[in-house]
Ligand binder design. Sequence first.
Ligand SMILES: [Zn+2]
Ligand SMILES: [Zn+2]
Length: 481
Amino acid sequence: MQKVSCPSCGAPVEFKSHASVMAVCGFCKTTVLKDADKVKDMGRMSDVLEDYSPIQIGTSGTYGGQEFTVIGRIQLRYPAGMWNEWYVMRSDGSGAWLSDASGQYTFTLEKKVGGSLPQFGEVRVGTLYKFFDRTFIASDVREAECIGGQGELPFKVGPGWQARLADLRCGRYFLTLDYSDSPQPTAYVGESVTLAQMKCQLLRDDDTVRDSAGELKAKVQPLSCPSCGSSVGYVPGLTRQIVCPSCRSQIDASTNVLQVLDVAERMEQLKTTLELGAKATISGAQYEMIGALRSKDDEGSVWTEYLMYNPRAGFLWLIETDEGWQRGKVMDDWPKWNRGETAVVGNQTYKKLYEYTSEVISAAGAFNWKVQAGDKARVIEFESGKNRLAAELTPEELNWTWSTPVGADQIRAWFGKEIKADKLPPKTDIEKIAKYFLWGIIGFNAIPLLLEFDRTWLVTAFAAAAVWIPAKLISWMQDKS
Ligand SMILES: [Zn+2]
Ligand SMILES: [Zn+2]
């Protein structure tokens, strides 16, 4: 370890790894460059955006049989979202990266790849590539901007620094080609991991997160639209963009200061079955509806997607189409698909069903990526039994969503009173039927009732109870479920 004094404020700055080139002073945020044993002041680094990541500098764990410690971090932003690259030092002294994108973790190590590698501009999302006897599919091609940094890092980086990356995937395996420094990429290989698998220690607990953010872990928070002042719910650190439901302003939520992006091209008003802020209890967890999106396909069919958020469980989608409702989840572990007619998940084979282009018509609320009317994606849907898989392909990225049908009664049960009764197909009103039936019995018995009151009254009352009580019970059970 090497200890230097910050050239700006004099505080001690540590270099734990020999591979580190720079460090950010923990006190004054000055970027300190370790250059031939001299220390240089490179100006201030922007503060990282509070994003509720459970990882922090000092977090340790195990990967590939070696212990590691997190020693630095850069935060990056691109049109589709934000993520952290945590720089880790392994017990053999080598460096590695732990990437953290809204709770999806990938551990990667630099690796030499033989043969010729494609140029940055040549990598096309959805194209198949063969490396290390595996078939990878290009899943992401992006240019991202550094928005903040912490701790020590193996290269010179500052605000505005641009990363040029291509990600390729094969099931849970990752290959990142990094073109940031030169046209000849540096390759990093790894896989998707969980914090539990890596036996991570010294993670931030909820209390620390609350102290630094002043709020509970990634709670949905109200925000005043900087353009019209009306209240919108969003998740700080996870929300990339907000579309104000009142004035349609598009607001960038990926910096510490909210900025109105676009007031000129406002999206049209969106009327939806579920309303922004609606709460639902799904599989025992409370979710809040934070964003709604309306899209159409090439044939003009229109559907609505709702983004639901729970701090622990993350995001899920509810999809409302003419055919009914579906519940969808973005997949971490990808299906095996070689651009053919089938896609395989575990031992389940899904058959190709449709292929179409989807286009966003309108949006409202908070999203973890930048959404705009006119955004297009090529969608390939696969089916196995009642379940669906959808590959969504844009020039920048490929994503997989798994979905399963949900009955309207289930939606009603999840949302309870949060959903307006007239928005869903009406439930069978058994009490109303029973009421008509009762009037029938009374009417039918009116004459004998007048003639011989005592006995007829008893029979009629008994018959009425026999109709009314079960109807009341069924109706009560419907409300409960
Ligand atoms: Zn300092
Ligand atoms: Zn507004």
